[in-house]
Design a protein around this ligand. Structure first.
Ligand code: AHR
Length: 496
């Protein structure tokens, strides 16, 4: 294969990478909360019942914003069921996942976990079966100082200081017919505006995320977004995007080319936001909150059959899935000017990079690109001009074989490159136009013995990141060779 050259210039900046693009998502679904982050019966449980093995692995991912409690679950959730003395909390039949919810883990446990992990809390209110006023009351419980009804409940539950939760999602996937309380865009817009008005009146520091199109596949795609953005106007700080992808036709080349479609989805939503800003002649625009994204297509177990913590959508990930996860993150970095928040869905057991089995913990291949990129996530995204071989994905169209993004942090340049070739190694030259590379710093490679290879409890290390020593300095920059189906994160020292 011909060499690929990635040309960059430190003046050609896309924007500061918002740390919140390395966010996660913790929903009350399956074994995500119970047997995931919270399991008082586990040998790994700390005094609060949190699983330390899971949390220690999560720390490596340096996650920022952590969305909670759903997802579809949020649209039937009444937050007051999850506060107060545990023995008095009701067990309820929840309908999103046909499961039993014990409410042993609720708002106070979530905030305690966020504090323990240094996560930024991000709460989704119930605008399905809940009311705008219930949402406003939840905000008062979390953020108001002592001295009013709901704030005093928090104090009575042992938490005198306000939680200062800044990020709030105005419902979840309200455009989806599967959603509890789904309504047409015009109805949702009214609910969201009412909630937003009360919430901003109560706490003017909150930032609100409007429900945008939850898939590009619904007939209402973009029309929904235009209508709700138009109605809610400047009360919306962000609009949400969701995307789950998969290799449904067993065409790896096309699957890996899905980045073209993710780029397009971001650009289309950005266009909707700019259109509404122009229409309103407003100084303010809504930014993009990609608050659910991942690979999800193999597991369809979504009926909890009335059980507590059932095994639901426990997807097993392989190398090609990990390369797609790298592709999502590359796309967010390439759009750092507009994508301000993104949450991989989800964090443990349910479509997640981590999986528990009893007291054991498995790290899935999708863990590694997130770790490799999050650890290098601070800085300014640079434009990457990728000049090299290309191919045509059957449905996703024309893409470069090398998928890339770059972050500049002072005199350190971080490069993220995936080789999408199924069979050929790729020679890649990183060529900063205005700076000199003086050293190759830390670098890791994610590769494996085949696209479909996954880790298992018996063989946990088949697809893991390893130190990469294949980059060297040449006159024009840094040169490296990537094996087929691989991903490299590389830090380069630039001359001051
Ligand atoms: O992440 C699993 C589910 O996917 C979420 O609950 C929902 O919002 C989406 O459809």
């Amino acid at each position: 294969m011909d060499r690929t050259t990635i040309t960059l210039h430190s003046a050609y900046q896309i924007g500061e990478v918002d740390p919140r693009v390395f966010g996660g998502f913790l929903e009350h679904i399956g074994r995500a909360v119970y047997e995931g982050v919270y399991d008082p019966r586990s040998a790994h449980a700390d005094e609060a019942g949190f699983r330390t093995d899971v949390l220690n692995a999560m720390r490596r991912l340096r996650m920022t914003a952590m969305r909670y409690p759903g997802g579809n679950f949020a649209s039937g959730y009444h937050w007051m069921d999850g506060i107060g003395p545990r023995e008095a909390r009701p067990t309820v039949r929840e309908l999103a996942w046909q499961s039993l919810e014990s409410n042993a883990f609720g708002t106070d446990e979530y905030i305690a976990l966020c504090r323990k992990m240094s996560w930024t809390p991000m709460i989704t209110v119930n605008l399905g079966t809940g009311t705008p006023e219930e949402a406003r009351n939840w905000l008062e419980y979390c953020n108001a100082p002592a001295g009013s009804k709901y704030a005093d409940m928090r104090v009575a539950n042992g938490n005198p200081d306000p939680y200062a939760v800044k990020l709030w999602c105005l419902g979840n996937e309200m455009d989806g017919p599967w959603q509890l309380g789904h309504v047409p865009a015009s109805d949702y817009a009214i609910r969201a505006q009412q909630a937003a008005k009360m919430m901003k009146d109560l706490d003017r520091n909150v930032e609100l995320v409007l429900c945008g199109s939850c898939t590009t596949g619904l007939p209402s795609y973009m029309a929904w977004d235009q209508e709700v953005l138009d109605y809610v106007g400047d009360l919306a700080d962000y609009i949400s995007l969701h995307r789950y992808v998969g290799n449904r036709t067993d065409d790896t080349a096309d699957y890996l080319a899905v980045t073209a479609s993710i780029d397009r989805q971001i650009e289309e939503m950005d266009a909707a936001c700019r259109f509404i800003q122009a229409k309103h002649r407003s100084k303010k625009r809504a930014y993009l909150c990609f608050d659910e994204w991942n690979v999800w297509y193999k597991s369809s177990a979504m009926d909890g059959e009335g059980k507590h913590a059932p095994h639901l959508i426990e997807e097993i990930y392989n190398l090609e899935d990990a390369l797609v996860v790298a592709g999502f993150l590359n796309s967010f970095i390439r759009h750092a000017d507009v994508v301000k928040i993104a949450n991989i869905a989800q964090i443990v057991n349910v479509i997640a990079p981590l999986m528990t089995r009893g007291d054991e913990l498995l790290i899935q291949p999708t863990f590694y690109p997130f770790e490799m990129m999050a650890q290098r996530g601070a800085g300014v995204a640079l434009q990457t001009i990728v000049d090299g071989p290309r191919y045509e994905g059957a449905t996703n169209g024309d893409v470069p074989v090398i998928d890339a993004s770059a972050i500049l942090n002072g005199d350190i340049l971080h490069i993220f490159v995936a080789n999408r070739s199924l069979s050929e190694s790729a020679e890649v030259l990183v060529a900063p136009a205005d700076r000199t590379i003086v050293g190759v710093g830390a670098a890791e490679l994610l590769a494996g013995p085949g696209a479909k290879v996954a880790n298992s409890f018996d063989q946990p290390d088949l697809v893991v990141s390893r130190p990469f020593t294949g980059a060297r300095l040449v006159d024009e920059g840094a040169l490296m060779t990537l094996p087929p189906l691989s991903f490299v994160a590389l830090s380069l020292q630039l001359k001051a």
